[in-house]
Design a protein around this ligand. Sequence first.
Ligand SMILES: Cc1ncc(COP(=O)(O)O)c(C=O)c1O
Length: 444
Amino acid sequence: MNPRDYELEPFWMPFTANRQFKAAPRILVSARDMHFIAEDGRRILDGTAGLWCVNAGHCRPKIVEAIRRQAGTLDYSPLFQMGHPGEFRAAALIAQLAPEGLDRVFFTNSGSEAVDTALKIALAYHRSRGDGHRNVLIGRERGYHGVGFGGISVGGIPANRRAFGNMLARIDHLPHTHNLERNAFSRGQPAWGAHLADDLETRIIALHDASSIAAVIVEPVAGSTGVLVPPKGYLERLRALCDQYGLLLIFDEVITGFGRTGRAFAAQTFGVTPDMITFAKGVTSGAVPLAGVVVRREIYDTVVNGAPPDMVELFHGYTYSGHPLATAAAEATLALYHEEKLFDRARELAPCFEQAVHSLKGANHVIDIRNFGLMAGIELAPLPGKPGARGFQAFLRCFEKGIMTRVTGDIIALSPPFIISEQQIDELVGTLADVLREMAGKKL
Ligand SMILES: Cc1ncc(COP(=O)(O)O)c(C=O)c1O
């Protein structure tokens, strides 16, 4: 192993048990296509596309070259009251991929910022229409919408909220759709649970009154809380209720965007069109941070035309909203997706992936397996009194055996890059099966 030329202590690691990690670090030093290289030289098969983002695989030469070229041409340009060609081109490419009617793009740097931006646009839109009293925002239990105050407010993960006191004031949550008794081991969309969307009408609208509610935000497939696939008919009902009561529907597609479900956006896979889509991650295949919101044209027109022509219409934006390196990476990534037909590939691999992950049924501790597109959640029974411990052990052992998985509580999530081969799917799932078998004899 190379001696490290850096200290571990100064860096406060995100969403990491710092003391545990620093006692036994897992350091990655390079990557190519489907593999990471760890500091001890081991090849690690990437079963998670990094953090759900490296959809095209690692260090793809065309993306690398585009970033390199841009860094030497225009490293930065002011993004307020100024423009550069890349941000307009990237916005047009994203608009072309989005569902019909959604064709205006606001750039941010992270999914968290995209969510806060979408919530603000919803409020600004209603205000521009003279309906400014619509300011209640509706999220969902077990939703993950990043870590800004907007995102944790509409999000539904208790641990992400606990330490931080006040959330946004006017918030409510739909119930989540996870139900092991009814839906365990569903392949694709579960049959049971569409009625859970009715809570929007029977409880939330009844309580707050529709005239107070600005928007509903959900992930079409909840990723971070363990791949919760929407029951058949659920998203359709949410859409119908939002239409009936004049609420905006926002799909947070930070994970599902850019091919994860076999089409550019999950909205298209499910055939349900929201009013706004938040995106991030896959837009640059993770190579440079870029994120944003695609909005229905009428929303843009209402906000923009509602202000005097020489006035800033939306008092919102980031120093790096549409950074030249990020938009160059996006242009190259979207071209690569197109050239290699990678969204089609994700769709074509999905049945093989489904077959492979469901072969884990009956494996030690496995209480549910669910999948959609190239994403799957394998839920383990929690160790009594130690939720998350078993999942984390499985993750560690997988890493030791050369595969990257993601763990959330006791749920192992898989979401490989779309360039994965069928043999690599077998390797991924086979290694996980070995790990679960080995854990059978042990206390964990
Ligand atoms: C659905 C969803 N929204 C928002 C975010 C936050 O994105 P970021 O970590 O880029 O802020 C994530 C991150 O995984 C996500 O999955």
